[in-house]
Design a protein around this ligand. Structure first.
Ligand code: PEP
Ligand code: MG
Length: 325
């Protein structure tokens, strides 16, 4: 199987129906970057910046971060890298930052909430990203955005830092793309203006699923209880696809489920056309995409819904079994 996937590396992820799927990889440390070439990913759909903060025992300096981000962009050789701003709190705790004890950290003071309340750290990170991009395109996304105003405020911070750099006569990014991670159901119901303001939305499936089902992703007792491939969750994904299409907002899905071929196929059937996953998953996912017809998968979802079914997984497994090898 490994050889089969390696042979696919330079082939496009095009389904039998002709639809092209953008396959990107997730990364978090410099050592992940060589996988861009090895996996055939089109870019980095999620760069988890918090790892740099968690692996040390003091707050990194702006110049250290800027140097690191510049190395990442250089290694990407022009391919898109979506930098996700610091997602701390919950399971990710920085030893050098004082945090209050929280009864339920996953639903607590984390991610963009911390960034907006403690703007110093967020601004420092945004400055590092701007300096690193230096004439190259810059893509930034904010984690766990729950409502439009949070996104507008975070985006504004970035734009103000760019203005500041311009004022100082420093080099600027060639282009700037700003997106939000959709990880709470609330954001799917944000006003149209949110989807128009965001250049893109990236579904953080790990968190979105935990909040959709109210089932803690860290809790062994419940974390496997609900299936991503239930028609309720897939219907919700379809709703997000529709909101983005209606407002001309690019959409992708990152999160572990994107790297599971059956789940990936369901997302594509729901209308998603861009997935970001761990590098080793790209081969198996691409292999399945090239054998499948996404209009057939979409029809399968519609039929299952019409019949009032709850579970999509058996139907999809059956569909996959019938595909040409
Ligand atoms: C997610 O929640 O799906 C995601 C991609 O972010 P993380 O796993 O880092 O929370
Ligand atoms: Mg998340």
């Amino acid at each position: 199987a490994a050889e089969r996937y390696a042979a696919l590396r330079d082939l496009p992820a095009v389904a039998r129906c002709g639809s092209h799927v953008r396959l990107m990889m997730n990364a978090g440390i410099m050592a992940d970057l060589p996988s861009l070439n090895g996996s055939g990913a089109e870019g980095v759909g999620l760069f988890r910046t918090e790892l740099q903060f968690l692996l040390r025992n003091s707050m990194p300096r702006r110049s250290d971060l800027a140097a690191l981000y510049a190395r990442v962009l250089k290694a990407a050789e022009g391919r898109r890298v979506a930098f996700r701003t610091l997602d701390i709190g919950s399971d990710k705790v920085m030893p050098y930052m004082n945090r209050p004890e929280e009864p339920n950290p996953a639903m607590g003071w984390r991610a963009v909430r911390v960034g907006l309340d403690k703007k110093g750290v967020m601004r420092m990170q945004l400055q590092a990203l701007i300096r690193a991009s230096n004439g190259r395109p810059l893509t930034v996304m904010f984690p766990l955005v729950a409502e439009m105003s949070e996104f507008a405020e975070a985006r504004d911070l970035l734009m103000r830092e760019i203005e500041r750099e311009r004022h100082l006569g420093h080099p600027l990014p060639a282009t700037v793309e700003v997106g939000a991670m959709l990880e709470t159901p609330s954001l799917a119901f944000a006003p149209d203006a949110f989807f128009k303001l965001a250049d893109f939305v990236s579904i953080g499936g790990n968190d979105l699923k935990q909040f959709f089902y109210a089932a803690d992703r860290e809790n062994e007792l419940v974390r496997r209880r609900y299936d991503t491939l239930s028609l309720s969750f897939i219907t919700f994904i379809q709703k997000i696809v529709k909101r983005c299409e209606d407002n001309d907002c690019a959409l992708s899905f990152c999160g572990e489920d994107a790297g599971r071929p059956v789940e990936a196929l369901a997302f594509l059937g729901a209308g998603i056309r861009s997935l970001s996953m761990r590098p080793a998953a790209i081969g198996p996912v691409k292999d399945l995409i090239r054998r499948a017809d996404l209009t057939e998968v979409a029809a399968l979802i519609d039929e299952a819904k019409d019949r009032g079914e709850e579970r999509l997984r058996p139907l999809l497994l059956n569909y996959i079994r019938g595909l040409p090898a």
